[in-house]
Design a protein around this ligand. Structure first.
Ligand code: SF4
Length: 367
C-alpha cells in the first residue's frame, strides 16, 4: 500500500508529476485490473428550484413548474424499465422549500411538508418497479438520511471542496449556504453513522488551490476510515456553461484533471472506486483510466445529463468498443457496489439478488 501525506504529494505536484501518475497507475491496476464499471440509469431532475446559487450552475432555476409530478415520474419509470435501466438517479436543488413559497405550495398540494419526503415517495415508487434509487438532495440531517436510507440503494453528496475561502464574495460558493464545507462533512459523517453506501467527490477548477483540493480528498478519506461507507469518489472537472456567472472562466487544464485523478487514487483507500464522468473527459478518457479512474458512473440510454446538458453521454456500445481497443472491459454494475450491499435492508437486497440471478454479466464480488 502506498501512503503519502499532503506535503509529499504537494512536493511531487510541483516537482515530479510523473511519479504521482505511476504510483496511481500501480494502485489502480493492482486493485481493479482492466475492469471499468458503469451504471445504466435514468436521470430524474426532481426540481430545479434550490436555496443555493453556485457560480457555475446551469441546473438551478426559480421556475415553480420545474417539478417532476408523480404522474410524469411513473411514466419515466416505465421508460427506465423498458430500457433495462437498474438505477434511478434522483437529483435536485437543495431544500427549495426554504427559499420558495411556491415550492412549499407544490409539496403541500401532494400532501408533503418537505422535499425529503417527496423524494422518499419517489424512491418507494421506483422500488415498486424493482428499480434501485440513488438520491442526491444536498445537505441532510441524520433523521432525514435515516428516512431515505430505507428506500435507497445508495446516496450521494459531492463535498466539492473543503475550502471556506470559496464562500467569500465573488467566489463560486458565495451565494450557497449549503456549500459550507462543515455542513457537507457533517452530512457525510451522519451518512457514515447510518452506514449508507455513499458517493462523494471533488469539483476541480472552481478557484480552489492544490492544497485545498488535496485537503478535500483527505477529509473524505478520514470519513471512510471511521465509517467504511464511502463506496465511490468522483473527480469532476468544472465545465463552464453559458448563462452562469462563471461562464467566462476556463475549464481546468488537461494535465490538472489527470493529476487530480492520480492524486485521488493515491490518497483514497483502494477500496474506494474512483469515478470520472466520461462525457466531461471524452478526449482523455483512456488517460484518465490509465492514471487511476476505474468507474464511469451513471450513463443513461434515455435521459440527458441535466447538470452538464452541453455534454452528451456516450452510447454504451461505442464506449465498450473504445475501451476494448485499449484493453479495458466495460462492465455494468448496480448503484451499490457488491461489498456495500450488506448495509441494505432485505427488500432492496432481494431486488439486487433478482438482478444478479437474471444477468450473470453484472459486476459482482466474484470478479
Ligand atoms: S450546483 Fe446544486 S446546490 Fe449549487 S445552485 Fe446548482 S443545484 Fe443548487
Amino acid at each position: 500500500m502506498i501512503i503519502m501525506d499532503s506535503e509529499e504529494i504537494l512536493n511531487l505536484v510541483n516537482n515530479d508529476r510523473s511519479e504521482l501518475h505511476s504510483k496511481a497507475q500501480e494502485i489502480k491496476t493492482n486493485t481493479f485490473g482492466n475492469i471499468v464499471t458503469f451504471s445504466r440509469n435514468l436521470f430524474v431532475p426532481v426540481t430545479h428550484q434550490c436555496r443555493n446559487r453556485c457560480g457555475y450552475c446551469s441546473f438551478v432555476s426559480d421556475d415553480s413548474n420545474s417539478w417532476i409530478t408523480p404522474e410524469n415520474y411513473q411514466s419515466l419509470l416505465k421508460d427506465a424499465k423498458n430500457a433495462n435501466c437498474k438505477e434511478i438517479l434522483l437529483t435536485l436543488g437543495e431544500k427549495p422549500e426554504e427559499k420558495y413559497q411556491s415550492a412549499k405550495d407544490y409539496l403541500n398540494q401532494y400532501g408533503f411538508d418537505k422535499t425529503v419526503n417527496y423524494v422518499n415517495h419517489f424512491c418507494e415508487l421506483a422500488l415498486n418497479f424493482n428499480l434501485l434509487p440513488h438520491s442526491n438532495l444536498g445537505v441532510l440531517t441524520f433523521d432525514e438520511l435515516a428516512i431515505l436510507k430505507e428506500n435507497n440503494a445508495s446516496m450521494g453528496l459531492m463535498l466539492e471542496s473543503s475550502s471556506y475561502r470559496l464562500m467569500d464574495k465573488n467566489q463560486a460558493h458565495y451565494l450557497s449556504p449549503g456549500k459550507d464545507p462543515s455542513l457537507r462533512l457533517d452530512t457525510l459523517i451522519e451518512a457514515g453513522k447510518l452506514k449508507i453506501p455513499f458517493t462523494s467527490g471533488i469539483l476541480i477548477g472552481i478557484g480552489e488551490t492544490w492544497e485545498e483540493r488535496i485537503q478535500a480528498l483527505f477529509d473524505i478519506k478520514s470519513i471512510q476510515t471511521k465509517y467504511s461507507n464511502i463506496q465511490e469518489v468522483i473527480v469532476q472537472n468544472f465545465n463552464p456553461q453559458p448563462g452562469t456567472p462563471m461562464s467566462s472562466w476556463s475549464a481546468p487544464l488537461e494535465y490538472d484533471v489527470l493529476l487530480s485523478i492520480s492524486i485521488a487514487r493515491i490518497i483514497l483507500q483502494p477500496s474506494i472506486n474512483l469515478q470520472i464522468p466520461p462525457n466531461l473527459n471524452k478526449y482523455r478518457l483512456i488517460d484518465a483510466l490509465n492514471y487511476g479512474a476505474n468507474d464511469l458512473g451513471g450513463i443513461s440510454p434515455i435521459s440527458i445529463d441535466y447538470i452538464n446538458p452541453n455534454h452528451e453521454w456516450h452510447k454504451e456500445q461505442e464506449l465498450a468498443e473504445k475501451l476494448n481497443s485499449s484493453n479495458y472491459e466495460l462492465v455494468e454494475r448496480l448503484p451499490v457496489y457488491p461489498s456495500y450491499e450488506k448495509y441494505l435492508n432485505t427488500r432492496i437486497r432481494k431486488i439486487i439478488e433478482e438482478y444478479r440471478e437474471n444477468e450473470k454479466a453484472l459486476y459482482s464480488s466474484n470478479r
